[in-house]
Design a protein around this ligand. Structure first.
Ligand code: AP5
Length: 217
């Protein structure tokens, strides 16, 4: 099962990705997480990615495509995967398609989590993440049991640097210009599924399972 998750910043892609990957036993490949790990390890990739991410802009296509291809060649991807945050431009989508064709593989679906802009700022500015294990929370909608502490590993949770209101607005503009065209791209290929992302987290997950099928694949 090869799945793409599409949706604006804060749509709930990362939140749903974790549940989907547990449910269907496939690896979760988040380009945002890969970049953040490299930034925290201060690698050359991280240093380059940080320049773009902190401004709310996309990391250049060539760099991103190479990283994703390397990841997809790994053994744990042989029975499927979920791509969260990739592709994000038509160029990335074309590169993925070429890669799949070269391996005789196909996508199950491109799943769009649809959330209008008015919900996004509230979601993003209230998001807190665990820098140690990557768990994600929301101060109102998904708070940790102990305020300020990660439920999974007990570390202090923090706000992502690109979750300030000004950077979120920039990211939304970038999404409209560069990523939204993918809705048409996958729609024309009859691969697009849409879920309403404004409902509660568990209800959104239920709709996703209805689309993907109830049995593990
Ligand atoms: P990335 O980390 O992928 O950021 P994003 O796509 O902007 O998405 P987010 O992680 O911000 O949001 P999400 O949809 O995962 O929402 P979440 O589940 O956390 O990328 C970061 C940056 O890296 C990019 O800006 C870019 O610079 C670079 N990058 C990454 N991929 C790239 C690529 N392919 N090409 C080039 N550059 C790339 O939810 C948000 C909040 O809402 C949470 O607090 C959550 O608890 C809450 N929430 C979730 N669902 C609900 C719900 N149903 N109801 C109420 N609250 C909810």
């Amino acid at each position: 099962m090869r799945i793409i998750l599409l949706g604006p910043p804060g749509a709930g892609k990362g939140t749903q990705a974790k549940s989907i990957c547990n449910r269907y036993s496939i690896p979760h490949i988040s380009t945002g997480d890969i970049f953040r790990k490299n930034i925290s390890d201060n690698t050359p990739l991280g240093i380059e990615a940080k320049k773009h991410i902190d401004r709310g802009h996309l990391v250049p296509d060539e760099l991103t495509i190479d990283i994703v291809k390397d990841r997809l060649f790994q053994e744990d991807c042989s029975n499927g995967y979920l791509l969260d945050g990739f592709p994000r431009t038509v160029k990335q989508a074309e590169a993925l398609e070429e890669f799949l064709i070269s391996r005789g593989e196909n996508l199950a679906t491109a799943l769009l989590i649809k959330v209008p802009t008015e919900f996004i700022i509230d979601r993003m500015t209230g998001r807190r993440v665990c820098p140690a294990c990557g768990a994600s929370y929301h101060i109102k909608y998904n708070p940790p049991v102990n305020e300020g502490k990660c439920d999974v590993c007990g570390s202090d949770i923090i706000q992502r640097k690109d979750d300030t209101e000004a950077t979120v607005r920039e990211r939304l503009e970038v999404y409209d210009m560069q990523t939204e065209p993918l809705i048409d791209y996958y729609g024309k290929k009859d691969l697009l599924s849409i879920v309403e992302g404004t409902r509660a987290i568990n209800e959104v997950f239920e709709s996703i399972c209805n689309i993907l099928g109830s049995d593990k694949k």
